[in-house]
Design a protein around this ligand. Structure first.
Ligand code: NAD
Ligand code: WQD
Length: 338
């Protein structure tokens, strides 16, 4: 049965891919986004891919009146809550902005949901809540120890959602802890479009491959990993959004609090990623090893067993496909949506 889903942050990187998956699955989609880190063109591309468009509301999640109006005008069954700020370094220099957008924004959203009697929410959390893990793979019961204001906002919103769910057994919450989302829709029409200097590895590599930047800086090659460079669990954004669709059905079927890692369970080093991208693009990726990036951890990958067990979900797409799809998007849109 199709649901009506409010997607906050739906014109962003992951949100736009979620819109495609939701529309393709027959759901009705309402996007609410303030476009602070995205372009409305992403939603036009979603329309192009699906031959159906989400309804777009240009608003901020901290705007209680705008949210109340959405819930009044539409019978929303569930919320997918992607909206928020996500740059770790920026969160250190602008912590109030992060607490305001991510924590206050989530509170305002939940108050509006509660007033409208909307009980189901799927929340974009992050593996960053685990901080530097004592061991890998990381299960959901691993200690939480965020190391940045951004990470703290995710942990705080998890706490708020936990208490909100506990207050009423009819409510249903999925806290999805993403590992490292990469890749793009295979059409090449939507993808990750960072503003300014990319903080993350994959967009940086693809900008080097397309000639937008000279070379990659590899942040340290003296970690205790297979080749000395940092190891992460990269997950294709289409697998990630498939996990969201499973979670949407799961929260509807099983009211409760569900904390679930979304990762592949496989670690990939920076140099392995460079090699895979060179293979996929046929381009050389020049790089230079530089100092470690402050705050980085050596390695991090998920134990995805709970997602397999609860959601019958498992990542399907390999590193080759992640690189090929990122490359198609980057080549077709060298300046992103601009
Ligand atoms: P993104 O920046 O591309 O998307 C976030 C969207 O939210 C943007 O369209 C932005 O304009 C919108 N937004 C921000 N603040 C808002 C506000 N106050 N009101 C309304 N809209 C607002 O980021 P993304 O990579 O798509 O991430 C989506 C979510 O997933 C975020 O919550 C992020 O923290 C989380 N997450 C992302 C990653 C990652 O590596 N991309 C990893 C773990 C978790
Ligand atoms: C991956 C690896 C770097 C850039 C961050 C956030 C996390 C989550 C995902 C939202 C590391 C190395 C990177 C570069 C490099 N986001 N690297 N040169 O740090 O695992 O996670 O994004 O929740 O919260 O912290 O991802 O892509 O930045 O880095 O050598 O130019 O690539 O050192 O080993 P990270 P990343």
């Amino acid at each position: 049965m199709g649901q009506t889903v409010l997607v906050t942050g739906g014109s962003g990187y992951i949100g736009s891919h979620a819109c495609v998956a939701l529309l393709e699955a027959g759901h009705t989609v309402i996007v609410l986004d303030n476009l602070s880190n995205s372009s409305e063109i992403a939603l036009q591309r979603v329309h192009q891919i699906c031959a159906r468009a989400p309804l777009f509301i240009h608003a901020d999640i901290r705007d209680a009146a705008a949210l109340a109006a959405v819930f009044e005008a539409h019978e929303v069954d569930a919320v997918m809550h992607f909206a928020g700020l996500k740059a770790v370094g920026e969160s250190v220099t602008m912590p109030l902005s992060y607490y305001d957008n991510n924590v206050t924004g989530s509170l305002v959203l939940l108050q509006a949901m509660e007033a409208a009697g909307v009980n189901n929410i799927v929340f974009s959390s992050s593996a960053t809540v685990y901080g530097d893990p004592a061991s890998v793979p990381i299960g959901e019961n691993s200690p939480l120890n965020p190391t940045s204001p951004y990470g703290w906002t995710k942990m705080m919103v998890e706490r708020v959602l936990t208490d909100w769910q506990h207050a009423d057994a009819g409510r249903s919450v999925a806290l999805l802890r993403y590992f490292n989302p990469v890749g793009a829709h295979p059409s090449g029409l939507i993808g990750e479009d960072p503003r300014g200097f990319p903080n993350n590895l994959m967009p940086f590599i693809s900008q080097v491959a397309v000639g937008e930047r000279d070379k990659l800086h590899v942040f340290g090659d003296d970690y205790a990993t297979l080749d000395g460079t940092g190891v992460r669990d990269y997950i294709h954004v289409l697998d990630l959004v498939d996990g969201h669709l499973k979670a949407l059905d799961f929260v509807a079927a099983k009211p409760g609090l569900h904390t679930i890692n979304l990762g592949t369970g496989q670690g990939v080093s920076v140099l392995q990623m460079v090699a895979a991208f060179e293979q996929a693009s046929g381009r050389q990726i020049p790089y230079a090893v530089v100092a470690r990036r402050p705050g980085d951890i050596a390695q991090c990958w998920a134990d995805p067993a709970r997602a397999r067990h609860l959601l019958q979900w498992e990542a399907q797409r390999d590193l080759t496909q992640m690189c090929a799809d990122s490359w198609r998007w980057q080549q077709g849109n060298p300046c992103g949506y601009r």
